[in-house]
Design a protein around this ligand. Structure first.
Ligand SMILES: N[C@@H](CCC(=O)N[C@@H](CS)C(=O)NCC(=O)O)C(=O)O
Length: 223
């Protein structure tokens, strides 16, 4: 009997990447909620380098880093593929996943920017998202075409967490007038039952991210 466990944290977009992938593949697993403010021995032992969630346990082995976990899931359970079969298309998918990971810091900048800096940060994000929209997504329903794949899953934070960020900082970026294709993608992505049924509660997320936001702001002001 295969043992699959996931150590996660309810507001974490990285944990949700793993949840969505396992559910899309129909893999049964046990979910363990981590208290990131008082880290468990299980987390410290299974991810001693970064001490972060998610961590996936498979038959006694532990795997950390969400994008690495996604690749592991894809290789271990090839049914309902989430990466294209064609090697070149797979390379393109990995390119866009890497693009999102490399540009992720810009979101953090947008989150903590205050005053005039906020408009500047919003413009920078818009430029990055335009590249993603026009060169990655194009006119497709999902990044890989008509079905959801790992690229969509890796950008899941844009469809939910980023909207909370926009609400907290008071600036809208993913709007039909600015990013029509990406705006449509948000809806397509959230319309998939596995995604819709496995998102953290929006209002609860606003409260959680607001407290994180104020903590970050104070750290910025203290510097
Ligand atoms: N690059 C990591 C990021 C994971 C991450 O930042 N996890 C956060 C929760 S969203 C965490 O565990 N934070 C605890 C900490 O930073 O101490 C991944 O993709 O898995």
């Amino acid at each position: 009997m295969e043992e699959v466990k996931l150590l996660g944290f309810w507001p974490s977009p990285f944990s949700h990447r793993v949840i969505w992938s396992l559910k899309l593949k129909g893999i049964k697993y046990e979910y363990i909620e981590e208290d990131v403010s008082n880290k468990s021995q299980l987390l410290l032992q299974s991810n001693p380098v970064h001490k972060k969630v998610p961590v996936l346990f498979h038959n006694g082995n532990s795997i950390a880093e969400s994008t690495v976990i996604l690749e592991f899931i894809e290789e271990t359970w090839p049914e309902n593929p989430l990466l294209p079969r064609d090697a070149y298309q797979r390379a393109l998918a990995r390119f866009w996943i890497k693009f999102g990971e490399d540009e992720g810091l810009i979101i953090h900048k947008f989150f903590v920017a205050i005053g005039g800096e906020r408009e500047k940060a919003a413009k920078e994000i818009l430029e990055v998202l335009k590249i993603l929209e026009q060169q990655g997504l194009k006119e497709n329903k999902f990044f890989g075409g008509n079905t959801i794949g790992l690229v969509d899953i890796s950008y899941g934070w844009l469809a939910h967490w980023f909207l909370v960020t926009e609400e907290i900082v008071g600036v809208k970026v993913i709007e039909p007038s600015k990013l029509p294709l990406l705006h449509a993608w948000v809806k397509n992505f959230k319309d998939i039952p596995v995604i819709k049924d496995n998102l953290p509660d929006y209002e609860k997320l606003v409260v959680h991210m607001k407290s994180y936001y104020y903590k970050l702001l104070f750290e910025v002001v203290d510097l």
